[in-house]
Design a protein around this ligand. Structure first.
Ligand code: ADP
Ligand code: MG
Ligand code: ZN
Length: 635
């Protein structure tokens, strides 16, 4: 835009701001319909009443209302010319005097047995009125039906287009034209691992023939897994944008309809559309709404959803991915998905879209502040450092808030003060969701995770640590220590179980040693530790005191009412003994872990500080600190 050059900087800034608040959306423009005439029920009612008023008062002939006594008087005087006797009223005409037209009158009918005789006497022309009930009947039917139809139409409109009975099997998959998706990987940051994995999908979509020639099997379904707002939807679009292919998207919740069979029809339709537009991407957002494990509902199945899910499975099986159609889906709750969805040939590739680390957050801030005039004092790295746990959507929101604040204060540029305020606001919003930690909490979490990690590297029989992170994930886990399995495991020995138990206790013991008190953050660890200890005692017969006896029955099915569960197969005394034994196993592990961590107190401090600084520490670094060699990669 050449005219842009001439504008004063503040004008330019304001324009950018307004662009930021109402980003021009090319897709929306393209799909926009001409403004529809707004039909409102109120217009209709107003016209209707006007019409009735006109009929009543303007079009009706002038009629004089007279008392019955006057009518009798006129009758006696012989002035009445003709009469119509209705059920409630009498209308008639009075003879006009000296060439004047007849005057019409109306009077209320009074019980008067002699009226007919008098009329006959005066030779008045009279008739009874047969009042047709037809119109009344008609109205009493038509009006309720009319109201019903209006309500129906209104409800249909509320549900959005495509819900009419005629169109109920049409897929609402929106087709964005060939160049419709403008999003590319450059618009996504902080999720490099995911973008790398998806690069392969892009390559394939760009050139399906190449892969086919080499006989490689192309992934059919790619499942993006990650917390809300990390950019899953954005990534799926970016894949379509990078490969320059059409992008069909539908949300899982849209499949689940009130009519049984509609969802299944939609799935069929969606895949038919995808097939005819290959190469393309079919994207199912919020797959969990549709793909919840079947049979999980204790109140009997949700037939409609199961049908839809079955149809999806069928379509995915019957799909030739060689044609160049890739099915992508996103979910933030992979654990509730039906296992059938994750089988080979379906969503067999899963891509983790995790919360960004500090550098990722900085990159995302950079992307979103591209169109915002930042003061040179704004340090995005420092802002990133202050926002652990923020996801991409939060950061986009943060930049937007800051720009809004600057605009409200009529500033030329967005300054650090606005970012400070915006962070406070966004944090206040997020704090309700328990996702942002105070510095003290962060320190506790850093020591907690360091404890897990150091114990994991110090006991002989557990998997090496892959990475340690204090980026919060979800509500329960404030940080995590990821271990890399070196081999598949089917059996575990007693000492391995004890080592695992030690790792689980590591977090809590570290808190104990460093802070002299413990937090609620270890609850899940203790739960799992107790489970392991209990299983060792009651299921695997690993306790010397209780011996080689299994005390636990098979697990009960989920949601099975308590009262149906078989009673315990052991006595109360035995139960007390089991509890004591479980407590002993845990206490021994506790002492062991205390020993391990007290011995490595220096490493514990160093690692915790490193975590506070960098949020993520790779396992190699920890092993270096402990003076251990790195393990050979899994074979
Ligand atoms: P999800 O589908 O994972 O819930 P979205 O893709 O809908 O998240 O993200 C919402 C918005 O947040 C995006 O439109 C984008 O503006 C911003 N956003 C989220 N993640 C990122 C990211 N990694 N990089 C850049 N922007 C992001
Ligand atoms: Mg989404
Ligand atoms: Zn823990």
């Amino acid at each position: 835009m050449p005219s842009n050059e001439e504008k004063k900087p503040e004008e330019k800034f304001k324009e950018k701001l307004s662009n930021l608040f109402n980003p021009p959306d090319p897709q929306k423009k393209k799909n926009a319909l001409p403004p529809k005439a707004h039909f409102s029920i109120w217009y209709f009612l107003i016209v209707f009443f006007l019409f009735i008023l006109i009929q009543q008062y303007l079009l009706a002939p002038k009629v004089e209302t007279i008392p019955y006594s006057r009518f009798k008087q006129y009758l006696a005087e012989g002035q009445v010319s003709k009469l119509t006797i209705g059920p409630d009223s009498i209308t008639g005409a009075l003879k006009g005097k000296e060439g004047k037209p007849d005057r019409e009158f109306i009077t209320v009918r009074v019980e008067d047995p002699n009226l007919v005789k008098e009329l006959d006497e005066k030779k008045v022309d009279y008739s009874g009125l047969y009042q047709s009930k037809f119109l009344n009947n008609l109205l009493s039917w038509i009006i309720p039906i009319g109201i019903f139809i209006l309500i129906w139409r209104y409800a249909m409109k509320r549900m959005g287009p495509g819900y009419g009975v005629m169109s109920f099997s049409k897929s609402k998959a929106k087709l964005f034209a060939e160049n419709g998706v403008k999003v590319t990987f450059a618009d996504v940051a902080g999720v490099e691992e995911a973008t790398e994995e998806l690069q392969e999908v892009v390559e394939f979509l760009k050139n399906p023939g190449k892969f086919q020639r080499l006989g490689g099997r192309i992934p059919k379904g790619v499942l993006l897994v990650g917390p809300p707002g990390t950019g899953k939807t954005l990534l799926a679009k970016a894949v379509a944008g990078e490969a320059n292919v059409p992008f069909f998207s539908i949300s899982g919740s849209e499949f689940v309809e009130m009519f049984v069979g509609v969802g299944a029809a939609r799935v069929r339709d969606l895949f038919a559309q995808g097939n005819s537009h290959a190469p393309c991407i079919i994207f199912i957002d919020e797959l969990d709404a549709l793909g919840k494990a079947r049979g999980m509902n204790p109140m009997g199945g949700h037939d409609e959803r199961e049908q839809t899910l079955n149809q999806l499975l069928v379509e995915m099986d019957g799909f030739e991915s060689n044609k160049g159609v890739i099915i992508m889906a996103a979910t933030n709750r992979p654990e509730i998905l039906d296992p059938a969805l994750l089988r080979p040939g379906r969503f067999d590739r899963q891509v983790l879209v995790d919360r960004p680390d500090i550098n990722g957050r900085e990159a995302i801030l950079k992307i979103h502040s591209k169109n915002v005039l930042l003061s040179p004092e704004v340090d995005l790295h420092q802002i990133a450092a202050r926002t652990p746990g923020f996801v991409g959507a939060d950061l986009a929101n943060l930049v937007n808030e800051a720009a809004l604040l600057a605009a409200r204060k009529n500033k030329e540029t967005v300054e650090p003060a606005e970012f400070d305020e915006a962070i406070d606001r966004v944090v206040a919003g997020l704090e309700k969701k328990k996702r942002v930690m105070s510095p003290k909490e962060k320190e506790i979490v850093a020591y907690h995770e360091s404890g897990h990690a150091i114990v994991a590297e110090s006991v002989p029989q557990v998997d090496p640590v892959h990475k340690i992170s204090i980026i919060p994930r979800g509500i329960a886990a404030l940080g995590y220590t990821q271990q890399q399995p070196t081999e598949d495991r089917y059996l575990m020995t007693r000492s391995e179980l004890l080592d695992r138990l030690a790792v689980l206790l590591g977090g809590r013991v570290a808190e104990e040693i460093v802070f002299g008190e413990i937090s609620t953050g270890a609850q899940n660890d203790l739960q799992r530790a107790t489970d392991i200890a209990r299983a060792m005692v009651t299921e695997y017969g690993m306790s010397d005191r209780l011996g080689l006896v299994t005390y636990e029955r098979e697990r009960q099915p989920l949601f099975f009412p308590e009262s149906f569960a078989p009673s315990k197969a052991y006595s109360e005394e035995k139960a007390a003994e089991i509890d004591e034994e479980v407590a002993r196993v845990i206490e021994e592990a506790h002492q062991r872990v205390r020993g391990i961590l007290s011995e490595r107190r220096k490493v514990l401090d160093d690692l915790a500080h490193l975590l506070l600084e960098r949020e993520i520490v790779p396992g190699e670094e920890l092993r270096k600190m402990l003076g251990k060699p790195n393990p050979s990669p899994p074979s």
